[in-house]
Design a binder for this molecule. Structure first.
Ligand code: AMO
Length: 434
């Protein structure tokens, strides 16, 4: 729209055309205020019943909340107005009239349940504290991309329609691909490894992953966004260093560039950038520590995965981001390499936020024979993965990497209760539209 000025950018003493939504109409009798809201903020529009053109006042007072209007007039300084400015209108044009029955109140005066919010995201994101989540999410992804560039990583995008799964444990979503069975990809795992063996060496991808998780929890989605990293000639320790760098970099960027958004979320005073040097506990140390907290009814033994309760107990005990390293080989997938001196232990690691797991990774098995053995041990048919294993015969360097859940990163960063709050249009057991 030509000549449009954002509400936050008006200058006293100048004429301006502003456009946005009718946030509120305050009718005080002889005088009334139309509060206009746009992406930058709000602006008070003054309507004086006896002084101004009757039609103009009627239009301003008659328009329903959340209608889209454009208003032209002179901007005046007005200390009593919420932003210190007020616009005295010469014309008001109603561009798109809103139904008086709104499914959700964007002014936030009436709270809405999450399902109602998710059904009406357009209206929901008119609230500053909800819009702030997605502005911060965008900053997280932007900063991650920038930090990957510092790690010399090239951004790749890999297929989401695939012939096989890779992440045992969660189910696949089958689809029909020209009459053949295919699946939605659970992880770019195999593709990113193939690229670590290519001339690119160090790669990253930010893209969707699909998991047919049966359970409905506040931390699982059926379509999530994975931030994936893979690097040739790296071991698990260097991969952990990279994960730590990315997390610190995105927190720093949010602290620096999202002051207004943190404020809208009530986090301006408490937001903390982690210092790095996250403790690295071995799996055995981790289970001993969980057992020592006494939080679990049953003691953990070697080979157990960490339940949600165990993760919570350990997170409270450690109190910062931390890694769990040297997981038992049997709980990690075929592509994770075992430790040199102990085949029962793997190079697999998880990075944890005190609330939950954010990252899984490890050094990869790059020796062809061992890799094929691993497939067989996991009950997978190596022939189906030949496109992948074959490349390990043509010069595959040692490599390591990880996957980080973008929604969990945002959720834990902002203290959101439910992961769905960090997704515009979440996919879960119930939700397929919008
Ligand atoms: P994993 O399956 O542990 O590892 O996933 C990595 C990270 O992705 C996020 N995540 C999810 N977030 C929300 N809902 C889900 N259903 C979901 N599933 C995963 C989590 C998790 O820590 N290929 C390996 C990574 C690697 O080794 O490089 C993998 O996918 O934050």
């Amino acid at each position: 729209m030509q000549n449009r000025t954002y509400a936050a950018d008006v200058t006293a003493g100048e004429s301006a055309t502003v456009a946005g939504w009718v946030h509120e109409i305050r009718d005080l009798g002889g005088i009334a205020f139309l509060i206009l809201r746009d992406t930058s903020g709000k602006l008070q529009i003054k309507l004086e019943k006896d002084e101004m053109d009757e039609d103009l006042v009627e239009t301003g007072l008659g328009v329903h909340r959340e209608s889209v209007v454009s208003v032209t007039g002179d901007v005046k300084e007005e200390p009593r107005a919420p932003t210190g400015f007020e616009l005295v209108p010469e014309s008001i044009e109603v561009i798109s009239e809103a139904d008086p029955e709104l499914p959700l109140d964007p002014s936030g005066k009436v709270d809405a349940e999450l399902p109602t919010r998710l059904d009406n995201r357009t209206l929901d994101l008119r609230k500053p504290e909800v819009k702030a989540i997605f502005e911060i999410r965008a900053e997280v992804l932007r900063a991650a991309r920038e930090a990957f560039r510092d790690l010399n990583a090239t951004e790749i995008t890999t297929p989401k329609i695939v012939a096989t799964g890779t992440e045992g444990g969660t189910e696949l979503f089958p689809i029909t691909y020209f009459g053949r069975e295919a699946f939605m990809n659970q992880s770019p795992q195999l593709f990113k490894q193939l690229m670590a063996g290519s001339g690119l060496e160090t790669v990253f991808e930010i893209g969707p992953i699909f998991r047919a998780e049966e359970h409905n929890t506040p931390r699982h989605l059926n379509e999530a966004t994975s931030i994936d990293f893979e690097s040739a000639f790296a071991d698990q320790h260097e991969a952990m260093d990279a994960a730590e760098e990315i997390v610190v970099a995105v927190y720093e960027a949010v602290a620096e560039n999202c002051e207004e958004q943190l404020d809208a979320l009530g986090l301006a005073e408490t937001f903390e950038v982690p210092a790095g040097d996250f403790p690295r506990l071995s799996y055995e140390e981790a289970i001993e520590r969980v057992n020592a907290t006494g939080a679990l009814d049953e003691q953990l033994v070697f080979g157990d995965d960490l339940s949600t309760e165990a993760e919570r107990a350990l997170g409270e005990d450690v109190g910062t981001f931390y890694f769990i390293t040297s997981w038992p080989s049997e709980v990690k997938p075929f592509y994770i390499m075992d430790e040199d001196d102990d085949e029962t232990l793997s190079t697999g690691f998880d990075m944890m936020h005190p609330r939950m797991e954010l990252v899984s990774g490890g050094q990869r098995e790059h020796r062809h024979e061992k890799l094929v053995e691993g497939f067989e041990q996991q009950g997978l048919d190596p022939e189906q993965f030949e496109y992948y294993t074959k490349m390990f015969k043509y010069g595959m360097p040692p490599h390591a990497g990880w996957g980080m859940g973008a929604e969990r990163l945002v959720m834990t960063m902002l203290g959101l209760e439910n992961i769905r709050e960090a997704v515009l249009f979440p996919r879960d057991r119930q939700r397929l539209s919008p």
